[in-house]
Design a protein around this ligand. Sequence first.
Ligand SMILES: [Zn+2]
Length: 289
Amino acid sequence: MPLISMKPMLAAARRAGYGVGAFNIVDYNSARAVVRAAEEIRAPVIVQTSVKTVKFWGAPAIGGWLRELAEKTRVPVALHLDHCTRLDVIVQCLAAGWTSVMIDASDKPFEENLTLTKKVLEITEPLGVGVEAELGAIGGVEDDRKVSDADAHLVDPERAAAFCELPLAVFAPAIGTAHGYYKSAPKIAFDRLETLFRGTSMPFALHGGTGLSDEVFQRCIQLGCAKINISTQLKHSFIDSFVEYHQAKKEYEPLKPLGAQFDRMKHEVIEKIRQFGGEGRGPDYELER
Ligand SMILES: [Zn+2]
């Protein structure tokens, strides 16, 4: 089926209480692994790209890969732009077929963040494209922007309410997770998440998913986290699978390590989708649409 917006996908997930995996891809092979994983276990899936990846390949190339992969499968696939601070990049991606974008103005003052988010909604609403916005600061490094753990301030539930009233597809509250690997177990602000959850039917996005325990995932999903981002783990499996294959076989046939890379990523994506409860939800999503 054609690429779809993540908005109905995530509304269905929040209603039914499961999470949709949102996996960062860096090239055609990783995109193919994510889509085939979802297909194998009949799950809806979000394929996402960082701004850096968009700049590396150019938006039209990535848009072409994902359109082709989505057209050939029967499970719902959304193409999402992760953590974007610039309107011009959003416009480029929309022109190239992205069905979902994140405007990240979380480092701006509250009013400015809200105004910019509304501006993106004005552009995307007529196109049927889903929007994600963030409030508070998620720790770690995302696209070379570093937020120190001390600066990673948590979402303010009262201010978050203003975002949850907007027609967003998903809202990303900073609740103590961070990008990259955790040095020690993160302290998750479940109290704040619960306050938000009780006040809105808006689905939430959980950033910094790599390395969280199953208990944390399950509690976050129960408290409305319907989009779960996995990036760092796949970056590692992308590199490690290729290097390990070559070290073991010492061959110079590039398609073989690429095959090993595809298999490893697909396997890990299937595990994550199952963990978040997405297996078999592709057809459910069809019924609920
Ligand atoms: Zn993130």
